[in-house]
Design a protein around this ligand. Structure first.
Ligand code: PLP
Length: 385
């Protein structure tokens, strides 16, 4: 078996290209007006790429702030020494306020009872609790409704333990050019901010653009952009691709653990959904399964790369393993390839002239690249290169 570019105890891994990540951060810095801050979104373990290692690179490459989805994600960054402001993109349970204060994590706020509990806790610790006001401009996910925003702020602003460090909304259709729903969300958000300021309430940093917004709606960059998926080298939608070049950051790799040459007619895997069609069919096994994020619905509908050659995955994908087939050279019309134990298998990534992208797999799964990346981040060990 050839020398091992894999973790000590596993035959499969994801490779995270930190140089590509750095280049993507810089590519976004060029999209963002120099006066506008960049918040890097590292929720869900940086979309499966590893939050701490990614945040360290982003911090050096020009990130001003970070965003996470859960309190625990924020605590993980603080424990790793990340010093930039951290925004929690939701309003967490009221029982978490002490942790927010202790680790200096800013919650999103849209209810007065939560805000006051947070302010009380901060004041009792001799601190000021910074938060961002979330405004629901039309997505109907989180936030205070525009018509209630001024009243909410008035009901909490007296508290000496609170400071509004930001005011934001999130767009449901930022990737659709010339979209009426987008225009309406913009109007609701800007008018709400105007009303807050007219009422003498300071809004802190005003922000709304996510990755597609940052690229397609530069006029809405305001004080800060919240960039997520693009940093990891994925286009949020086909509409953004003409405007920015991004480098893929995650590859999904493995080594073949076993090769056999079954008799014609033998089956492969649970349910034997594939039968050996002719002599010279090699069946190779790989230690990646649906518990590693390789969706079972891809069974018999995906390919992998071995020695620069596309090979069909066959049989049902198991929890921890899958099989693929390859014709021995000279045994079929297709170009064959000799597969051996230890050969490198590329599930996502490039091998020679061939490439399988997150978008390819997302299309085959009827989902978006975001989900494919998050899934592969769940269990596979990460190798940073
Ligand atoms: C996830 C998220 C983002 C980042 O979105 P991308 O499309 O990955 O850039 C920004 N803001 C909020 C509120 C989010 O939930």
């Amino acid at each position: 078996m050839s020398e091992c570019s894999c973790p000590d105890n596993r035959w499969s891994w994801v490779e995270i290209d930190l140089g590509a990540l750095r280049n993507n951060v810089r590519a976004f810095r060029e999209q963002i007006n120099p006066r506008v801050r960049m918040m890097c979104v590292v929720k869900a373990d940086a979309y499966g790429h590893g939050a701490v290692r990614c945040a360290e690179v982003m911090s050096r490459a020009g990130a001003h702030q970070f965003a996470v989805a859960t309190v625990d994600e924020g605590v993980e960054l603080r424990k790793a020494g990340i010093a930039e402001p951290i925004l929690l993109l939701s309003q967490p349970p009221v029982t978490s306020v002490q942790t927010l204060v202790d680790y200096d994590i800013m919650p999103s706020v849209y209810r007065s009872d939560f805000a006051l509990a947070f302010g009380e806790c901060a004041a009792a610790s001799g601190k000021i609790g910074k938060y961002h006001l979330a405004i629901d401009s039309g997505m109907n996910r989180i936030g205070v409704r525009p018509e209630d925003a001024v009243e909410l702020r008035r009901s909490i602003d007296f508290h000496r333990g609170l400071e509004c460090a930001g005011t934001f909304t999130h767009f449901a259709t930022a990737d659709t050019p010339d979209d009426w729903d987008f225009t309406l969300q913009v109007k609701r958000f800007t008018e709400t901010v105007k009303a807050l300021k007219a009422a003498g309430l300071s809004c802190g940093l005003v922000h709304c653009d996510n990755t597609p917004g940052t690229i397609l709606h530069k006029e809405m960059q305001m004080d800060m952009c919240r960039v997520g998926v693009g940093l990891y080298g994925m286009q949020p939608a086909p509409s953004t691709a003409p405007y920015i070049d991004l480098e893929p950051v995650m590859s999904v790799m493995a080594r073949v653990t076993r090769v056999s040459e079954p008799e014609v007619g033998e089956g492969v895997g649970y349910g034997m959904t594939y039968r050996i069609p002719h002599k010279g069919t090699q069946i190779a096994t790989v230690n990646i399964g649906y518990a590693d994020g390789l969706a079972r619905e891809l069974s018999n509908h995906m390919e992998v790369l071995v020695k620069g050659t596309r090979c069909r995955q066959v049989g049902n994908i198991c929890m921890d393993q899958f099989m693929f087939c390859a014709d021995k050279p000279g045994t079929a019309l297709r170009r064959g390839v000799e597969v051996e134990e230890g050969d490198v298998v590329t599930v996502i990534g490039r091998d020679g002239a061939e490439e399988i992208t997150m978008d390819d797999m997302a299309a085959a799964r009827h989902t978006i690249n975001y989900e494919v990346a998050c899934d592969f981040g769940l269990r596979l060990e990460k190798l940073y290169v």
